[in-house]
Design a protein around this ligand. Structure first.
Ligand SMILES: Cc1cc2nc3c(=O)[nH]c(=O)nc-3n(C[C@H](O)[C@H](O)[C@H](O)COP(=O)(O)O)c2cc1C
Length: 394
């Protein structure tokens, strides 16, 4: 972490609380959903998830997201995905939500369905489609579904095109998973509508070549997404905020050009979505883009996000290579975003929020740190400064 410490008199907007419906986050730093492929049999969260996520709450984040959590078994990415398709999956996630809340973070969870991008190997096993060798070690593929019977690429499984009845069943599955997330004690719910997964597949003119009510015109391609949003909102308590992850690469690749994006976001707002979590590029994978490669730098697509925010009034969460505290602060101070989310940077340094706060807005009392650490760190700071001053440069 680099940069000059700010003066103690300049409050950093990044560390101002933010209110979403009835929920107040202590600051504007969220930890992005990150799949761990580490569930216990049956899609259950376990001690790994508890400790992995708990570190981020101890590290000062305002919001901590649990990874993409499958709304039905077919919608898993890998055999290691956690799920909320069954009431039995609530209890271990309630433990996670309780820990996050107890450490001052808003407990948040993302719900997802991978569609045709399901049945993959875990990252450390290659992350390609599951094959016979995987089956031989007990992790075989399962049949995947999508808007159309179009595989991601050659060598990928051909999804079964969902019938309209199956779509309705699936929409209800999203709603039931949202109900379970509320029962587990989460206070912010996110719908994964990006990264080439099922909702994104429906939005895309490449993956969705249906000619019924769910495909064809942009509005018809948006229908599944909006039905999911409404079904989730119907089960998710009104006083709790709802977020939607979108890919800003959609602006460039023919899926959602700006005018369509604005119309879609307005429709999401009407369906009760409060926050747009803007993945800055196509994300983990560019599928199902039209093939356009979106150049990536260390910049979040701030201008696009600011325009969507200005034209729709939705709260924006910026994600993608948010690394430097001053850059994160600038995103919220200059109106591109209301929140920033960290992925890999938080894996690198789970204490990023607490460190960034000391850089932007030094607090001699270390109030963002766990109660158990505070007075030790407060005493350490002058002792360390004195020890450094007394030590000849080497
Ligand atoms: C290990 C790992 C797992 C991820 N899993 C998810 C996920 O479950 N849902 C999701 O929307 N994005 C997922 N992502 C993407 C991140 O949430 C984030 O958008 C992306 O890493 C860009 O942010 P960064 O540059 O700060 O890492 C994952 C990323 C990583 C590194």
């Amino acid at each position: 972490m680099t940069g000059n410490p700010a003066s103690a008199s300049a409050p950093a907007r990044l560390f101002e609380p933010v209110r979403l419906r009835s929920v107040t986050a202590r600051n504007r730093v969220a930890i992005s959903p990150m799949q761990q492929y580490s569930s216990t049999e049956g899609g259950l969260a376990n001690d790994w998830h508890l400790v992995h996520l708990g570190r981020f709450a101890l590290g000062g984040a305002g919001i901590v997201f649990v990874e993409s959590t499958a709304v039905e078994p077919r919608g898993r990415n890998t055999h290691g995905d956690i799920g909320l398709w069954d009431d039995a999956q609530i209890a271990p996630l309630r433990r996670v939500a309780g820990l996050l809340r107890g450490q001052g973070a808003v407990p948040a969870i993302q719900l997802g369905h991978t569609g045709r991008k399901g049945a993959l190997q875990k990252w450390w096993e290659g992350h390609g489609p599951l094959n016979e060798a995987d089956a031989a070690r007990g992790e075989g593929p399962w049949p995947v579904v999508g808007p159309s019977a179009l595989p991601v690429d050659t060598g990928w499984p051909r999804p079964a095109a969902l019938s309209e009845d199956e779509i309705q069943t699936l929409v209800q599955a999203w709603g039931q998973a949202a109900r379970r997330a509320a029962q587990a004690g989460f206070e912010l719910l996110e719908i994964h509508g990006a990264h080439g997964y099922l909702i994104h597949q429906f939005l895309s003119p490449v993956a969705n070549q249906r000619s019924d009510a769910y495909g064809g015109s942009p509005r018809k391609r948006q229908r599944f997404a909006l039905e999911v949003a409404r079904a989730v909102r119907a089960e998710w308590p009104q006083h709790l905020p709802l977020s939607w992850r979108i890919s800003l690469a959609d602006l460039d690749d023919g899926t959602l050009p700006m005018e369509e994006m604005v119309a879609f976001v307005n429709a999401l707002r009407e369906a009760g979505v409060d926050v747009l979590d803007c993945s800055s590029a196509a994300g983990i994978s560019s599928y199902p883009s039209n093939g356009a490669r979106v150049p990536r730098g260390l910049d979040f697509r701030a201008q696009d996000a600011a325009e969507i925010r200005r034209r729709t009034g939705i709260a924006i969460m910026a994600v993608g290579f948010v690394i430097e505290p001053h850059a994160a602060q600038a995103l919220v101070a200059e109106g591109a975003a209301d929140l920033v989310a960290l992925g890999r940077e938080a894996l690198f340094n789970p204490n990023w929020p607490a460190h960034a706060e000391q850089l932007l807005q030094p607090d001699p009392g270390y109030a963002l740190w766990p109660l158990q650490y505070r007075s030790w760190l407060a005493k350490r700071a002058p002792l360390l400064a004195a020890a450094r001053a007394a030590t000849p440069a080497h």
